[in-house]
Design a protein. Structure first.
Length: 747
């Protein structure tokens, strides 16, 4: 066996873990041990040693132990269980009584053997996804997870369940019923930050630093760094700072004869708009690196799919030639590159969420020891995120932050009978985006309220031409796992924005406004639409203020838009977008002259992918599992609450609002209408479209109601209509398209 040389703090922790295990083993009921160790403390190494010591402990010779190692996380972050399995294999080097296996070792007769440890990702056995259903099928000839557990129980084997990254566990991720089926004698939860304060064994951050495994801290960009910025572009300026720091560190390593090539990691925005005309951030960064004479062979790219360079293979070695790594999400939990020492994080375009877990990638010491030079005992962070954006993203922060990916998979629940229906596929030449004629609609709406500068001032519009970015500066992150809590207490630093920075922020705010619209005023093609909104606001202010220089009014607009709920402009924008919807539909009808094909779709769909504007909820009756709904759609949330509490409802399904995979009916004007809901009751299937306020009675609602009414007349086994909220939590339905007679909805 390869010898594992543990640090004193690790040996101490393992002694405590063993004592805790033996203490709880004596109890007959299922027991839980909570082990908390900072990121970078060598949790996998300690667990490998711990398992080895348990199987060789003379006090447990009759224990008949087997181990299950579950990693909490999806495939988007890589196969975390395989990474842990690989580390165990390397440490044991094949000379051990412990058998290391995975789900690929399942067969029809598989039993967890004594002293075996089987590694798996939780996502692989969930019944809510395809892989999980495949492994959970019942049947004598099937290779199943359930069958393995049943056969293991017949051997009177005691299972120890090790939950890795347990801070990510929740009722929806690691269901209690699944743990009950595994029936472990001991559950060992391993994490950097436990939600519970009841931690059985804890390793302090300072112990790990003193041992030389992780850096003394992460130092952020400083106020002094920005003294020479002036009118320079912020994105380019922080890249220059990061490159300069990497070269500075390289020189120190070289001068001291240390064979380490420090790596600069650059996180690119993950939500750049498709089809946008501007250069992608990747191309901008690569272009600037070329200008700075960085050798192309020393730049690695790790993006999704095939967008990867060939020089990634040995990038984690201390003396590897690669100096700069461009990535989006790939190097997350479980990726170890101890020479990574500088991080540059660019803010997301639409939904700025600072991924604090990525800081863990620059925590480790390259040679697992402290240096005499202080600069080498620290890592360095540069970012365009503001302090407020980071704190707002983590209002309920209780640890290292969410590891949610941007796309969530959901699957139809087992036992639900899918219905095949005809839908229409539109051969589009237009995309439901804003047209240039939006300008006249906006000006018409805006000037009803604000005819001049005085009327804006009287309404509370603040003509503030000072615009600062509240950047992170002078931070020393010595407690990575509690970074956000400490950041809240830090002082503010306002960095005056250049015109280029202001342009970028203006664009971002326009994108954000369009992205957050309710269904009735939502437009497709945001990459094509935000420029129309921006130019419309410009024209309005040029007319109001009688000026032609954008720098004279950009700050006014941006400061107001950043007020959110207190903005003067946003309500006018929202109203204009709503009014323009019908105008745009008429325009597109004339332009489009659509042709429709017919295809069959299943309701509910077998699988749906959701974007980051959706959030997961607990639901007993949602047809899809996990269940996702739009974060900011209160009308939907209210209707779901009604459905969940209705005893007649067996399941409900939220239809999509565009695309050939979702059910649609034709309107009188030839356009397509996507009803909101399918609801299964004991006797019927209902097709319902929910509206609220004036959207429940306007001309658009009547057009949709006629389309649905016409379809229902031809498909008598379905019921439905337009539905709106009524008094005291009651919902009302209009059974005819005139929308002049509403009655209580009785499913």
């Amino acid at each position: 066996m390869r010898q594992i040389i543990l640090k004193p703090f690790q040996e101490k922790a393992l002694e405590s873990l063993t004592d805790e295990f033996l203490h709880k083993w004596k109890k007959e009921s299922k027991q839980t041990i909570r082990f908390q160790a900072p990121t970078g403390s060598g949790k996998t190494v300690m667990m490998a040693q711990f398992v080895k010591e348990l199987v060789n402990d003379p006090r447990l010779t009759e224990a008949n132990l087997a181990f299950l190692w579950v990693s909490i996380g999806g495939s988007k972050e890589g196969d975390l269980a395989s990474q842990s399995r690989k580390k165990f294999t390397e440490y044991y080097d094949g000379n051990t009584a412990i058998e290391i296996t995975g789900l690929d070792d399942l067969d029809r007769d598989k039993v967890l053997e004594q002293n075996e440890i089987l590694f798996f990702n939780w996502s692989k056995i969930k019944t809510a996804n395809k892989d999980g259903r495949k492994l959970r099928r019942e049947g004598e000839t099937e290779i199943t997870w359930d069958g393995m557990l049943e056969r293991t129980k017949l051997e009177d084997r005691n299972i120890v369940l090790i939950i890795d990254e347990a801070h990510r566990e929740s009722g929806s991720l690691l269901a209690e019923e699944e743990i009950k089926q595994i029936d472990p004698r001991i559950i060992l939860k391993v994490t950097a930050t436990h939600d519970s304060k009841e931690v059985d064994v804890n390793i302090e951050y300072e112990e790990v630093v003193s041992a030389g495994l992780i850096k003394e801290g992460i130092l952020s960009q400083t106020q002094e760094d920005f003294e020479g910025k002036g009118e320079q572009d912020l994105d380019r300026y922080v890249l220059d700072l990061a490159l300069k720091k990497r070269r500075e560190l390289q020189n120190i390593y070289d001068e001291n004869g240390i064979d380490v090539n420090p790596l600069l990691m650059i996180q690119l925005p993950n939500d750049e708009l498709k089809n946008q005309e501007e250069m992608k951030q990747k191309d901008i960064v690569l272009g600037y690196l070329r200008e700075q004479k960085v050798d192309e062979n020393k730049i690695a790219v790790w993006l999704t799919g095939k967008d990867k360079t060939d020089n990634l293979a040995n990038i984690t070695k201390n003396n590897n030639d690669v100096e700069v790594l461009l990535f989006k999400q790939a190097p997350a939990t479980g990726w170890d590159c101890p020479r990574a020492q500088v991080m540059l994080m660019y803010r997301e375009t639409k939904s700025p969420v600072f991924q604090v877990q990525l800081l863990g990638r620059i925590l480790r010491m390259p040679e697992a020891k402290k240096y005499q030079i202080s600069a080498l005992n620290h890592s360095y962070l540069y970012t365009t995120y503001t302090k407020n954006e980071i704190v707002e993203s983590y209002k309920n922060f209780e640890g290292i932050g969410p590891n949610e990916t941007k796309i969530y998979d959901s699957f139809v629940r087992s036992g639900i009978e899918q219905t095949k229906l005809e839908t229409f596929v539109s051969q589009r030449t237009s995309y439901g985006d804003l047209g240039k004629t939006f300008q006249s609609t906006f000006l018409s709406v805006a000037k009803k309220y604000y005819k001049n500068e005085k009327s804006l001032k009287d309404a509370g519009f603040y003509f503030n031409n000072h615009l600062d970015l509240n950047l992170i500066v002078d931070q020393k992150i010595t407690d990575y796992d509690n970074f956000i809590k400490n950041l809240k207490k830090s002082k503010d630093f306002g960095q005056e924005m250049s015109l280029t920075d202001i342009e970028k922020l203006y664009k971002k705010l326009c994108i954000e406004i369009l992205s957050k619209q309710e269904e009735e005023s939502k437009y497709g093609g945001i990459a094509r639409s935000y420029g129309i909104l921006k130019s419309t606001l410009n024209v309005f202010f040029e007319d109001i203020l009688k000026v032609g220089e954008k720098k004279e009014y950009y700050q006014y607009i941006i400061n107001d838009l950043m007020e959110g709920a207190n903005s003067i402009l946003i309500p006018i924008i929202n109203k204009s977008l709503l009014e323009y919807k019908e105008i745009r539909e008429v325009e597109e009808k004339e332009k489009d002259k659509r042709k429709h094909e017919i295809k069959m779709v299943k309701v509910p769909l077998s699988k749906i992918k959701y974007s980051s504007i959706f959030e997961k909820i607990e639901s007993d009756k949602c047809a899809m599992q996990p269940c996702y709904i739009e974060k900011d759609n209160q009308n939907e949330k209210d209707f779901i609450k009604y459905l969940e509490g209705n005893n007649s409802v067996i399941w409900w399904y939220k239809n999509g609002d565009q695309g050939s995979d979702y059910f649609s009916v034709k309107r009188d004007d030839g356009r397509l209408f996507f009803p909101d809901w399918f609801i299964k009751t004991e006797k019927d299937i209902w097709i319902i479209d929910t509206k609220s306020g004036f959207t429940a009675t306007g001309d658009g609602a009547k057009i949709r109601a006629r389309a649905l009414e016409s379809w229902l007349e031809k498909n008598k086994k379905f019921k439905g209509g337009l539905v709106k909220p009524g008094p005291a939590g009651i919902w009302q339905i209009a059974y005819n398209s005139d929308l002049d007679n509403w009655s209580d909805l009785k499913l």
